[in-house]
Design a protein around this ligand. Sequence first.
Ligand SMILES: [Zn+2]
Length: 215
Amino acid sequence: MTLRINSRGAQVAKLQAELKAANLPVGTVDGVFGKNTLKAVKLFQARHRLGVDGMVGPKTWKALLSDGKSPAGSTKKTTAPSSAPRGTVVNGYVRGVPRKIRIAPIGNGKNMRADAAAKFNQMKAAARRAGVTLSPVSGFRTMAQQKSLYAAYRAGRGNLAARPGYSNHQGGTSVDVSTNGSYSSSAYKWLARHGRQYGFVNDVRGEPWHWTFRG
Ligand SMILES: [Zn+2]
């Protein structure tokens, strides 16, 4: 299927996730092929010496899906290649116990446990229709990532972070959404009204951004 300006849907979201993984500024992964997506596609085509027509046909797809080692070099596809529709199995932790979990993309290069990711993406689309952007700033975290956040917290340089192994982010069920740290942000207010419907609760006091999937 060829995607072009004004295309919509899951394939567009997949395209946007791939562009993002290639370090291109695509904006929100929302499944709508708008101006930002068009610009990112053209940049990508130029970078790969494809015809720069802003249309995503077989050649552009092929280049996107094999772009793991892009010339920009800084993209590391160590967790979930967004082309894997059913997600990627990683080492997570649940209440201190290592556990294999399957994660899937939620946008901005972040991931959640696959079931939570599916619900988050649905919720994000609903918020979008209401004019509210749910932009994930943290999702699934590896042990190394949690250790470094915990160290920063202990040193007084970061937000409250759970002991490594014990964060819901390591089980892939928590997501931090951009709220400017404010309970009066549109993202928080929308989530407070609708999050539960998608299985998400705000379970850390003082952290309007932190939402956990309880199913
Ligand atoms: Zn969090």
